[in-house]
Design a binder for this molecule. Structure first.
Ligand SMILES: [Zn+2]
Length: 386
């Protein structure tokens, strides 16, 4: 077996394509495989599929999997065909080892997609010796083609949450299927229009805004407006995680103001107020008991926070007081808890997306991590060409 047929076999190159030559340069640390086609070969017209002879050719090069430690490239003369059906015109044929407009072979892209699940894109790019924008383009292609296939007809209960894309600058809003626990949609911004964008995407994937019966959100006016405007049948549940967080923020503010007035008495109370009674140290417990006797606003705020937490521990809505906006939770039991967990992953995605220039990249990474997408990658274990 000569090297040409060995490489043709290993690469899965089949007629009319053939390996014409192999060039290895130790200095340039690369292997070049030249691919051509047999004289007089015909190719399928990309428009109608009719067999047509080559009209002219253009040389193209694709990065392939490394040959040991050396970079490997495929170069081929890619023909345009002049179809017998005049309506089709003269068109460039597609090659079996790469998708149109990619500078990588399919197997190289499969390697890219495997790596970026495990490490930051920047690291993967450095490892592969490629610029990270090229890697992001590959990710975008596979994530978007997988997303094009998803079906959202079963979506009934949704949760939404905003996250900062970069340090306090741009925001993205993520929409989740609360039952399937997957990311449905991500978009730039954090205003009410994000909810509209979500319903449009839902519709584009066989879902319907009318089908959504419950929405879990924080108390952001923008989200509330968005839900009221575009999800007509959704009952709102305010997410407890955010409620308690709001409460703690408010409590900290009150405490800071009062600490200015009564620095002596309030000393050492900062963390005590953020804890639940059962988690207090003995000393913190003493401090709090003492402060509660001073009739401080902070102490009242603390008791309110505990009351709010108690609401969620009450066995039923009747036992839990009548804070209706909040208490829809007793019916829906919706909580963004898992979203917060996913958010942790997204934050790590943010770190993985270091060097990304756009929120689009971050959203794609979020889909990759939390979208439960069926990403189809070419594999080696078949007779498929490269
Ligand atoms: Zn044609």
């Amino acid at each position: 077996m000569n090297p040409e047929s060995l490489f043709a076999m290993a690469l899965g190159i089949t007629p009319p394509w053939e390996v014409e030559g192999i060039e290895f340069s130790k200095e340039n640390k690369r292997l070049d495989i030249k691919v051509g086609f047999t004289r007089g070969a015909t190719f399928a017209c990309p428009v109608c599929g009719a067999a047509a002879p080559a009209y002219d050719t253009k040389e193209k090069t694709w990065r392939h999997l490394n040959f040991f430690q050396y970079e490997a490239y495929l170069t081929a003369r890619v023909p345009r065909v002049k179809c017998p059906n005049a309506g089709c015109g003269v068109k460039r044929v597609s090659v079996p080892w790469s998708r149109p407009d990619s500078g990588f072979t399919l197997l190289f892209e499969a390697l890219v997609m495997t790596l970026v699940r495990e490490m930051p894109v920047k690291v993967a790019a450095a490892l592969l010796g490629e610029h990270d924008t090229r890697i992001w383009r590959v990710i975008d292609h596979y994530v978007q083609s997988a997303r094009a296939q998803v079906d959202h007809s079963g979506v009934r209960r949704v949760g939404m949450d905003e996250t900062s894309a970069r340090r306090g600058q741009d925001y993205v809003t993520l929409f989740f299927d609360m039952d399937q626990r997957r990311l449905l949609f991500g978009t730039e911004g954090k205003d009410h229009k994000t909810v509209k964008a979500f319903t449009e995407d839902l519709k584009a994937h066989n879902g319907s805004a009318e089908n959504v019966t419950a929405a879990s959100l924080d108390m952001s006016k923008a989200f509330i407006k968005g839900v009221r405007d575009t999800l007509p049948n959704a009952e709102i549940t305010f997410d407890q995680f955010h409620l308690i967080q709001h409460m703690n923020d408010a409590l900290s503010k009150v405490r800071a103001e009062e600490a200015k007035l009564f620095p002596e008495q309030m000393r050492g109370s900062r963390y005590a107020f953020l804890k639940n009674p059962e988690n207090l140290t003995e000393k913190q417990d003493e401090t709090l008991t003492r402060l509660c006797n001073y009739r401080l606003k902070t102490a009242r705020a603390y008791l309110l926070k505990l009351a709010l937490q108690d609401v969620y521990f009450a066995p039923t809505r009747e036992d839990g007081d009548h804070w209706n906006g909040i208490l829809a939770w007793f019916d829906s039991k919706l909580s963004n808890g898992f979203i917060e967990a996913i958010n942790g992953l997204i934050q790590s995605a943010k770190r993985r997306a270091i060097g990304s220039r756009s929120t689009k990249n971050l959203i794609n990474m979020a889909y990759l991590i939390a979208g439960k997408l069926d990403i189809r990658l070419p594999t080696l274990d078949s007779d498929d060409p490269i």
